[in-house]
Write a protein that binds this ligand. Structure first.
Ligand code: SF4
Length: 321
């Protein structure tokens, strides 16, 4: 069927100003010409190191960050063009779960009040309906009804993330941007929260954009995976295909860093030179060329196109030519 979310040529550039006149002296190219789609009920994992633009992509989906240009079709409308009332209506359908639920919770307000906030904003139900819904949603995310009267500091990290998920779910959205939802949690708690997100997806037919900085986190939850580097999408394909057959040298390097239990599958660790360069005036040509172990002359000169190298497998690299 048609893609549920279709993002085309998304760009987000920030001006850097300098001098007495505060003229624009450079641009931070946070997201540069990124396109992808997400089918209904699937999870698109989006992976990359900090500064790769993945969080910016996620936030533009909710217009928490305004894009510089591009299009994002959702239910037939371009999210980037919506005006006030339509934008508010769209926000019932698109929610976000943040990395650190603690900083998005008010320390002085009981959890129940905070979970029902969305219902209030959108004027849904009577006060008693709202409380019924809160009780129901707390149970759905694995919390107890007495938790509604507790304050954020009384919760563990994992429980707070369950509260974050409850807040996102209360409006029964269709699409949720999960912005590194387990990165701040202990490894033992991570899988619980990932399993919860998976169960909720099945139960409510949710569609996820799941953002993470490491491939092993997205492996278990994603149907397809997009790899980002310095504002560009460098590879996009099905989860199994990506793990079996990574094509982009950057993806291969990320993959080689995943610890494997079985020594038969041990890969040679690819160590990249240097750090991720700044997205202010990023390298010309392929942005990965200063660190790429396979770089050729052309890589520093011309940008490789993002191309479909086999069915449903997209890569931006001159090696594919
Ligand atoms: Fe490496 Fe060149 Fe491919 Fe970029 S285009 S990833 S520098 S081989």
């Amino acid at each position: 069927g048609d893609p549920f979310i279709q993002v085309s040529n998304l760009k987000k550039f920030y001006p850097v100003r300098g001098g007495v006149l505060q003229r624009v002296v450079a641009w931070v190219q946070a997201v540069d010409n990124v396109s992808f789609n997400i089918r209904q009920g699937e999870t698109l994992g989006m992976v990359g190191e900090s500064g790769c633009g993945k969080t910016t992509v996620g936030r533009t989906m909710l217009r928490l960050i305004e894009p510089t240009s591009g299009q994002a079709l959702f239910n037939g409308a371009d999210i980037f063009k919506l005006k006030d009332a339509e934008l508010k209506a769209m926000r019932r359908n698109i929610q976000i779960v943040f990395q650190d639920p603690y900083s998005s919770l008010d320390p002085r307000t009981q959890i129940g009040e905070q979970v029902l906030e969305g219902l209030k904003i959108h004027n849904i139900g009577t006060p008693s309906d709202r409380w019924d819904r809160v009780m129901e949603i707390l149970k759905t995310v694995g919390l107890e009804s007495y938790h509604a009267r507790r304050y954020p500091h009384e919760f563990s990290g994992g429980q707070r993330q369950r509260v974050g998920i409850a807040r996102a779910l209360i409006l029964r959205p269709q699409f949720i941007v999960c912005d590194e939802p387990v990165s701040a949690l202990d490894v033992s708690i991570q899988s619980q929260v990932l399993n919860l997100l998976k169960d909720l997806q099945k139960e409510f037919n949710l569609t996820y954009l799941f953002i993470a900085h490491n491939l092993s986190v997205v492996e278990h939850i994603s149907d397809r995976v997009a790899v980002m580097y310095l504002g560009k999408m460098v590879e996009l394909t099905g989860r199994d295909e990506l793990f079996r057959n990574p094509q982009h040298p950057y993806t291969q390097a990320l993959m080689s860093a995943i610890p494997v239990a079985d020594p038969r599958f041990k890969r040679k660790r690819i160590i990249l030179r240097g750090d991720v360069p700044s997205p202010v005036n990023p390298p010309k040509g392929c942005r990965f060329h200063p660190r790429c172990p396979m770089a050729m002359d052309v890589c520093a000169q011309q940008e490789p196109e993002f191309k479909e190298v086999s069915p449903d497998h997209w890569v931006a690299c001159w090696l594919m030519e």
